[in-house]
Structures are given as structure tokens and as C-alpha cells.
Design a binder for this molecule. Structure first.
Ligand code: AMP
Ligand code: MG
Length: 304
């Protein structure tokens, strides 16, 4: 089958959250979102097409990452957020499988340590930001500091009462801090892309049950996930507010329909490859003098 990429790529780009737009997640399809091209196909054919597109983007990403490293100007920060079982780990594995491991760092963020809590909330993330030439992936991120702790205030670091979560404008302040942090990174050459893997509550139930139906998946099941599921509506609200406040031109959010893993993975790969190619990178220029030296070195080696 021919890979009719470009049209589908346009369609895929529609999932960008326009800065200032108020997000309502129940109005965003988490399923197999159709466009005119896909609508004519069976689900199997659509999956086959998107998987081909993913293969193509993966190959393009391998090349883009080489160029990113060689040109050594920009770093790329990819932020992945989503409810439990949304597919963050699988997306990282599939999308980045062709990338040179030396050019890519993945950081997963769990419950903060007491040392983390003794610092400002951005501290633990800023320590591991990608340097120029590198792709850094955050599997969960500083966005947890306006999500999980918003739903469970008792899990938050202790702040002075006057400036803590009960103070007026506290969460708005955190969004502003995050936007300023990202603006700072962007002004220093970091390209930031943020993906919210959007699954339905029904799909989460299926995925949790799948972990209990297969002995080899038992390890993936955490009773904590079941407990968090009770807070689905509170998380949705926290996500909506966060997505509405922190999608910017310099660090946009993409809401990825993620009930179908093939859809989510193709989408993420496509956005990353087209964003890197938008940087218009080129290999470092070699001067005439350097070429002369290289040719002299070649001669020396050949004469050995
Ligand atoms: P997992 O998704 O299995 O890697 O679990 C990571 C856990 O760490 C989740 O339950 C998150 O809610 C929790 N977590 C991550 N970041 C934070 C944070 N900043 N504050 C509190 N809990 C967090
Ligand atoms: Mg988990």
C-alpha cells in the first residue's frame, strides 16, 4: 500500500492545543479519530497505513537525530503525560527505537524524594534537561506538580502557609512559572514538544484488566492505579485546566487520541520528526583549509 503521508500529517497536526484555548477533554475523541482519508478504510487498513507512516517517520527520526547531534545547536525536550496505562512507556519504546541511544536520554519521574521536596518544584527536572544535540524525554514531568498534587494536596511538599496551595492564585502562579521556565529554555535553544496521551475511562479499565488476565503482565498491575482511577474526574479537571494554561507557541501541547496505540505512536513520531525538520539544521560547514588538512590526512593514511 502506498503511504499517503502528507495529508495524514496535516490531519495529525490538528491535535495541537492553540495557545489560550480552553480545553474540554470530553469533546476530544480518544478513539480512532477519522479523517476523510481514513474514513473510507476499514480499521485494519487504517492501522496498516499508520504503521507504515510510523516506520517512515522512525527512519526520518534516525536521520534527524544525527543531524541534531552534528549541528549541536538545539536540544529537544519531549514531555509525555497521561493517566495511568495511557501508554507512555510503549510510545517511548516504539517511537525512539531507531534513535542512537547515545543521543537520547529518558527520565521517568516518580514520587519525589525528600531531597527533591527540600527544593523548588522545578529543581529535579532542571538537573536532567537535554543538552544541545540531545533528545531528552520526560516520562511524567514538572506537570505532575500541577496534577497529582492538585488532586492529592497531601502529597505536596510543605510550603510556607502564606504562599502554599491555599494562597490565592497559587495554581495560576505555578502555570506562570512553568511557562516562564519553558520560555527560558526555548530562548536558549531547546525545542519543547508536549504530548498528553488521551485515553477513555473504558479503555483504562480494559488495559488494567488485561494486566490481570495475563501472568506475564501481573508485574505491571499496581493497586495504586486502581485507587487513582477513583479520582478520574478530578484528574480530568486538573488536566483540562493545565492544558488550557500551558500550551504556548514555544512549547505546545498535543492531545493525542490514545485508545488505539498505533494511532498514538504514529502521531507522536510524526510531530517530532516534522518539528526537527522545521529547525532547518545543517551539518557543520567545513572550510577550504580544513578540507586541505583532511585530504593531507587521507594521503598520510593511504601511504602507510
Ligand atoms: P508510574 O507511572 O508507575 O511510573 O508511577 C509514578 C508515580 O509517581 C505516580 O503515581 C505519580 O503520581 C507519582 N509522581 C510523579 N511525579 C510526582 C510529583 N511531582 N509529586 C507526587 N507524585 C508524583
Ligand atoms: Mg503506573
Amino acid at each position: 500500500m502506498d503511504v499517503k503521508g502528507p495529508k495524514i500529517k496535516d490531519y495529525i497536526r490538528k491535535f495541537k492545543v492553540e495557545p489560550g484555548k480552553k480545553v474540554q477533554l470530553k469533546k476530544v475523541d480518544s478513539g480512532w479519530v477519522q479523517n476523510d482519508e481514513l474514513k473510507k478504510m476499514s480499521e485494519g487498513a487504517a492501522q496498516e497505513l499508520l504503521e507504515k507512516l510510523l516506520d517512515r517517520d522512525r527512519a526520518a527520526l534516525t536521520k534527524a537525530q544525527e543531524l541534531l547531534a552534528a549541528s549541536h545547536q538545539h536540544g529537544i525536550l519531549i514531555v509525555l503525560q497521561g493517566m495511568d496505562t495511557a501508554g507512555k512507556d510503549g510510545t517511548i519504546r516504539h517511537v525512539m527505537s531507531g534513535v542512537n541511544p547515545q543521543g537520547c536520554d529518558v527520565h521517568g519521574f516518580k514520587v519525589p524524594s525528600s531531597e527533591d521536596h527540600a527544593h523548588d518544584f522545578l529543581w529535579r527536572y532542571s538537573k536532567v534537561l537535554p543538552e544541545r544535540g540531545m533528545i531528552g524525554i520526560f516520562n511524567r514531568s514538572y506537570y505532575e506538580d500541577v496534577l497529582v498534587v492538585r488532586v492529592h494536596p497531601e502529597r505536596m511538599e510543605v510550603l510556607p502557609e502564606k504562599i502554599g496551595p491555599d494562597a490565592k492564585g497559587f495554581w495560576q502562579g505555578r502555570y506562570k512559572d512553568i511557562n516562564a521556565f519553558e520560555k527560558h529554555l526555548s530562548r536558549n535553544g531547546t525545542l519543547i514538544l508536549k504530548f498528553f496521551l488521551h485515553i477513555s475511562k473504558d479503555e483504562q479499565k480494559k488495559r488494567l484488566l488485561a494486566r490481570l488476565d495475563n501472568k506475564e503482565k501481573y508485574w505491571k498491575f499496581s493497586t495504586a492505579d486502581l485507587a487513582e482511577r477513583q479520582y478520574w474526574d478530578q484528574y480530568t479537571k486538573a488536566y483540562e485546566e493545565m492544558l488550557s494554561a500551558t500550551s504556548t507557541d514555544y512549547a505546545p501541547w498535543f492531545i493525542v487520541p490514545a485508545d488505539y496505540k498505533w494511532m498514538a505512536r504514529t502521531f507522536v513520531a510524526s510531530v517530532i520528526t516534522s518539528a526537527i525538520s522545521g529547525l532547518d539544521l545543517s551539518y557543520p560547514k567545513v572550510s577550504d583549509e580544513q578540507v586541505k588538512q583532511l585530504m593531507a590526512a587521507k594521503k598520510t593514511l593511504e601511504a602507510e
